[in-house]
Design a protein around this ligand. Structure first.
Ligand SMILES: Nc1nc2c(ncn2[C@@H]2O[C@H](COP(=O)(O)OP(=O)(O)OP(=O)(O)O)[C@@H](O)[C@H]2O)c(=O)[nH]1
Ligand SMILES: [Mg+2]
Length: 386
């Protein structure tokens, strides 16, 4: 089963209605050595930006794929191995054995899917500084704007047009001290701006605390993800239509400038200065994109991540347990399930093949003696049998 990043998909909504997916079964083999039909592969389209996590019972989660480009795919479950027909076991003395291998069931997995926004520029800042107002000013997005903190409860995206080009701007809820520990709403949304290339840090020019706010927000970003904090930031001092903000702007600009930041003064309310800011964000974005594909940093193309089977041992491993020995070897376990040991011929064929796989030798190396019990998957054998 494959998950495929499809630009036509916008949400993970399909998984709300249907949570179990199963690929088609393979067909039966035929006479004259004919192969059964393969089950057709099940390909499930998901939005670009879907992250796929495994959900082991112990609660630890592991990211197995980040489907961040259109067409990115991940194999999340492999189909079962088909059984081979009786012709595989034919010998000179027995042309048509009356047994054959059974097919195996495929992998079964529980996954957690998470959709992360794909934005180029992320708006960060304390609550009520005017992030949503700025997004509304520069794009067709119509986020909720309010004079109380945490007006924004969910991330908003807007497309900002710059000549023939465009970039995606993401607005998230305001960040407050302790956001990385879950205070306020910030933590829930910080991950949505983890993939942005540039941050636009908005300050309220009419507030007394612009510098302290700036530091506080950056501390939270750093606590959450050092990589996010290290992203280039452009500093925006907003609300310059208010006299007290206008009065303070040149001093703020000088201070942030001295720290190495590009600083823009704007009024999201009137639109003053917004054009210059948009051009600066666009320019910075282009520089970052150029740097990202520069020599030595070419992003790998076309690799197909695969969810690896839990066990992929190359050779049989034998472990001693109270009542005997346990063989840990995927290929051998598979074979014991594919052959019916109730059939003497099939049993003999199984033992022969186990020996050829090196299982016999591995048990001996582990100290196995005739009469000892040996377990392979669900099958128990006596050492002599092997
Ligand atoms: N005077 C003035 N007020 C502004 C300006 N920009 C935003 N505001 C006001 O500031 C308040 C907060 O604006 P929002 O855009 O909702 O702020 P936010 O940063 O998105 O806030 P949260 O979503 O709560 O984090 C609203 O009352 C806006 O009208 C501006 O340029 N000038
Ligand atoms: Mg907002």
């Amino acid at each position: 089963m494959v998950l495929l990043a499809d630009p036509n998909e916008n949400t993970l909504g399909r998984f709300r209605h249907r949570k179990r997916y199963q690929a088609e079964m393979g067909g039966r083999g035929g006479r004259q050595r004919r192969h059964g039909a393969n089950g057709s592969a099940l390909e499930i389209p998901v939005p670009v930006g879907t992250m796929v996590f495994t959900t082991p019972a112990d609660g630890s989660e592991e990211l197995i794929a980040d489907l961040d480009r259109p067409g990115a795919r991940v194999v999340v479950a492999r189909g079962g191995l088909g059984g081979r027909g009786n012709a595989r076991y034919a010998t000179s003395t027995m042309q048509a054995p009356d047994f054959a291998e059974r097919g195996l069931p495929g992998d079964e997995r529980t996954l957690r899917l998470e959709l992360r926004l794909m934005a180029d520029v992320g708006l960060v800042g304390k609550p009520s500084v005017g992030k949503s107002s700025l997004l509304a000013r520069v794009s067709a997005a119509r986020p909720k704007i309010g004079d109380y903190p945490f007006t924004t409860l969910e991330p908003n995206l807007g497309v900002v047009e710059v000549g023939y080009d465009a970039f995606v701007l993401a607005d998230i809820p305001g960040l407050i001290e302790g956001a990385h520990r879950g205070t306020g709403l910030g933590l829930l949304f910080l991950r949505h701006i983890q993939r942005t290339r540039v941050l636009c840090h908005v300050l309220d020019g009419s507030g007394q605390e612009a510098e302290g706010d700036f530091r506080e927000v950056n501390d939270e970003l750093r606590e959450f993800d050092a990589g996010l904090a290290a992203r280039p930031q452009i500093v925006v001092v907003n609300k310059l239509d208010l006299p007290e903000a206008a009065a303070r702007f040149s001093e703020l600009a000088a201070r942030f400038g001295a720290l190495g930041y590009e600083v823009y003064g704007i009024s999201a309310a009137t639109g003053a200065g917004v054009r210059e800011l948009v051009l600066a964000l666009h320019r910075r974005l282009q520089e970052e994109e150029k740097a990202a594909v520069g020599p030595g940093r070419v992003e790998p193309e076309g690799e197909l991540p695969v969810l690896r089977p839990v066990r992929a041992e190359e050779r049989p491993r034998v472990r001693r347990e109270d009542s005997g020995f346990v063989v840990e070897y995927r290929r051998a376990e598979d074979l014991t399930r594919m052959l019916d040991v109730g059939n003497p011929m099939a049993r003999e064929a199984l033992l022969r093949r186990l020996k050829r796989m090196g299982v016999h030798a591995a048990v001996r190396r582990a100290g196995g003696r005739p009469g000892d019990r040996v377990r392979i998957g669900d099958l128990e054998l006596e050492w002599e049998d092997m």
